[in-house]
Each structure stands twice: as structure tokens, then as C-alpha cells.
Design a protein around this ligand. Structure first.
Ligand code: FE2
Length: 429
């Protein structure tokens, strides 16, 4: 069949169709491109939301911590997860912008040794030039020369708490503004967590100051038992360590040891300061001191964990002790620990009317009274402690006023059980 000759009209129509095809093709390309862009945006938003959710989870976790070391350790781990940084340091400055402390994830060497001088200088630059502005240096690695370096400050409302420095691998985007923003948010939450730690430390220090003042008050009233409360505390903690008790129990024993005789505040001077053995009547006047002490402690909720030590340090395992005549396991474990420590120190200390017993004689007494006066298992543990260690413990048991210096701050916070409102305000900045 012959094809019709092309006419002018046909030629115009064909050209129009071709143009339409091209427009349709261009539109399809545009639609495809928009769909790709939309997918990218959706994917980016989903990732961003995931990261925000992760950030909120981390923020909650950080604000539960009770020490700077815990907070900084988690901060560095999260920065590593978020950025894939190979090396990270958190440099804590003092008020003169000098380095006060350094935290690092590299546990193979001290943080001070892992921090290159160049990083110190760059951190210094952030502190001195513009703490609000992150320092991002693509293709600059202060240690190897082919990576990226980022430094940014961690600021509270009033001062710079630290400078975070990290090195990114070559294949990452060093100037990813979204990532920088997330890390800044993480730092913001970290400042809140640090503020919480600071407030908790201040509060626990205040409580310990009060405990130490109370212990000094007991000591000052009884001239013949100088150092007794500190020695009982030291012996109790030593026995607890040998018995495998945990840090929290040790901290409770420290508070309980310092306060175990606080109830003697109610005992008349004529009895407390008497340079002779007590008569039965005088001893009966001394006996309420655990109850009085317990009443004093019970009114301070933060010291409640130590209250059983105060009340039951004169109980006996056979039920013949005072004030409540508890026996066996009805006597709390830490009270049984303190009972051995208290009696051992009483036996080995000098009194105006007698010399202290030789430590071996005192040990024999502990052995003889195991199962009647003392918890037999704890007595066995006590007797297994070498003489050297007992002597060293009594020698190093310094005065009450030094007690605070040697406190395990984290365990102490557990013992004090501070019901403290955790600061989680702030949100994403
Ligand atoms: Fe006592």
C-alpha cells in the first residue's frame, strides 16, 4: 500500500507530537527527580527523628548518673556512636582556661598521654576565641594528616564546662551540620547532667558535714574514748570488705560507724566521763543510748540506712543484748558487723582504770563469744584477718574530721539515698 505523500499539515502535526513527547519525557524525569528528592527527604527525616529519639534516651540516661566520670564516659560513647569518630577527648578547663581534667575513650593509656599537643592548642583556641562556635577543620587531623577534626565547647549558663574534640575518618562528612547540631544537643544535655551531679555532691557533702559534726560532738564529750568512733568505723569497713559486702554497705557502715554512739549525747556527764568502771545502776543509765541515737537518726531520712547500726550495735546473737533483745538473723547484718568492731575496739583500748587487752587476747575473746555474743560466720571472718592488717587499720584510722576526705562519693550517694529531683529540663536545643 502506498504511503500518503506528507502534507504541510501532517508535518506540523508530527512536529507537535514530537515536542509533546519531549515535554512528557521531561515531565516524567522531573517527577522522578522530585520523587527521589522526596524519598531522600523522608529518609533523612526518619533518620533525624531516630537520632532525636536516641538523643532523648541518652539525655534521660545521663541525668540519672551520680558522678562526672559516669556522665563523661557515656557522653564519649554516644559521640562515638553518633559520629563514628576514631578518637575523642573531653577536656575540662579550670577557671583560668587551663586543663583541669581530660576524659578519653582510649583506656590503653592515661588520657593525658593520649591527648596530642595540637589538640590541646585547638581546644584552647575554641575556649579563647569563640566558645559558641564549633571549630570544624575538614581534612585536618592533628595526629595523622588525612582525616577531619571537630572541636566544640560544652557550656552551662555561666561558664564553659569542657571542650569536646574528635577526629573523624576520611570517608565521613566533617561539615554535616545536622550531625554537629545533634552533638551540640548531646553536650547541652551533658551540662544538665553535670549540674545534677554537682548539686547531688553539694547536698551529700552537707549531710556528711553534719554527720562529722555530730561524731565530733560525741568524741568531745567522752575524753576516755578518743578516736573510738573512727576506729570502730575502720574495723567495721575492714570486716565488711573481708566478708565480701558491697561498696554501698561499706558507705553505710562509714556513716553508721561515725554515728553509732550518737545517743550518748543523752547520757549524763557524771557517767560518761567517770574514770572508773560503771556500777549496774550507771550502766542501766547508759543502756538507752542506742534507742536515743536511733531516734535522732530516724528523723533524718537520708541517714535511714545507717539507723539499724545505731540501734542494734549492742545486740547479741543469743538474744541477750540490748536494747531490743533481738537474736540471730533478726539483727541486721551491718549491726552484727559493727558489734564485733565496737567490742574489739572497746577491749583493746586503754581506760583510766585498766590497760587495753593485747590483740591476741581480744581475738580469743571474739573466738570464745562467737555464736553467743557475735555472729559466728562474721567472727570467723574477723579472726581470719592478719594481725598486720588489723594493726595497720587502727594506725590509719585518723580523726573523725578526716572521714569525709576518704568517702567513696558514689557509694555514699547510694547510702544517703537522696530523693533528689533530677533536672531533665532543656529538651533539644
Ligand atoms: Fe554503743
Amino acid at each position: 500500500m502506498d504511503r500518503p505523500e506528507p502534507t504541510a499539515d501532517n508535518l506540523v502535526c508530527s512536529a507537535q507530537n514530537e515536542s509533546l513527547d519531549q515535554q512528557v519525557e521531561a515531565l516524567v524525569k522531573q517527577v522522578n527527580s522530585l520523587e527521589t528528592q522526596r524519598d531522600d527527604v523522608v529518609r533523612a527525616n526518619i533518620n533525624y527523628l531516630r537520632e532525636l529519639a536516641q538523643l532523648n534516651r541518652v539525655a534521660d540516661m545521663l541525668t540519672q548518673h551520680r558522678s562526672y566520670k559516669q556522665v563523661m564516659g557515656d557522653l564519649l560513647e554516644e559521640v562515638k556512636t553518633l559520629t563514628h569518630a576514631k578518637r575523642i577527648w573531653l577536656i575540662e578547663p579550670n577557671s583560668k582556661s587551663e586543663i583541669r581534667d581530660i576524659y578519653s575513650l582510649d583506656e590503653s593509656q592515661p588520657a593525658y598521654e593520649s591527648l596530642p599537643l595540637e589538640v590541646q592548642d585547638l581546644a584552647q583556641r575554641v575556649l579563647e576565641v569563640n566558645p559558641d562556635q564549633p571549630l570544624v577543620m575538614p581534612h585536618y587531623d592533628p595526629t595523622k594528616g588525612d582525616e577531619h577534626f571537630v572541636a566544640m565547647s560544652m557550656c552551662s549558663d555561666h561558664y564553659v564546662m569542657g571542650v569536646l574534640c574528635y577526629c573523624l575518618p576520611e570517608n565521613t562528612n566533617a561539615v554535616d551540620s545536622q550531625q554537629i547540631r545533634l552533638v551540640q544537643s548531646l553536650l547541652h544535655h551533658t551540662t544538665l547532667a553535670c549540674e545534677n551531679v554537682r548539686l547531688l555532691e553539694t547536698l551529700s557533702n552537707m549531710i556528711v558535714d553534719v554527720v562529722v559534726a555530730m561524731a565530733l560532738a560525741i568524741e568531745s564529750r567522752d575524753p576516755y574514748t578518743g578516736g573510738h568512733v573512727e576506729r570502730v568505723t575502720a574495723y567495721s569497713m575492714m570486716l565488711a570488705r573481708h566478708a565480701g559486702l558491697d561498696r554501698s554497705d561499706l558507705a553505710t557502715l562509714r556513716i553508721g560507724g561515725l554515728l553509732h554512739d550518737i545517743g550518748k549525747i543523752a547520757v549524763p556527764d557524771a557517767i560518761l566521763r567517770k574514770p572508773l568502771p560503771l556500777t549496774k545502776d550507771e550502766f542501766d543509765q547508759m543502756k538507752p543510748h542506742p534507742v536515743v541515737g536511733h531516734q535522732i537518726i530516724a528523723h533524718i531520712p537520708q541517714l535511714a540506712k545507717a539507723a539499724p547500726i545505731v540501734r542494734w550495735h549492742h545486740e547479741r546473737i543469743d538474744g541477750k543484748g540490748y536494747p531490743d533483745g533481738l537474736g540471730g538473723d533478726d539483727i541486721p547484718l551491718l549491726s552484727r558487723v559493727a558489734a564485733i568492731a565496737d567490742t574489739y575496739d572497746a577491749m583493746t583500748s586503754d581506760r583510766p582504770y585498766r590497760r587495753g587487752l593485747d590483740m591476741n587476747v581480744a581475738r580469743e575473746e571474739i573466738h570464745r563469744c562467737a555464736g553467743t555474743q557475735f555472729d559466728p560466720e562474721l567472727a570467723e571472718v574477723f579472726l581470719s584477718i592478719p594481725d598486720d592488717e588489723l594493726l595497720q587499720t587502727v594506725a590509719s584510722a585518723s580523726r573523725v574530721r578526716d572521714a569525709k576526705r576518704r568517702m567513696d562519693s558514689v557509694a555514699l550517694l547510694d547510702t544517703l539515698d537522696l530523693d533528689f529531683p533530677v533536672n531533665t529540663a532543656g529538651g533539644i536545643r
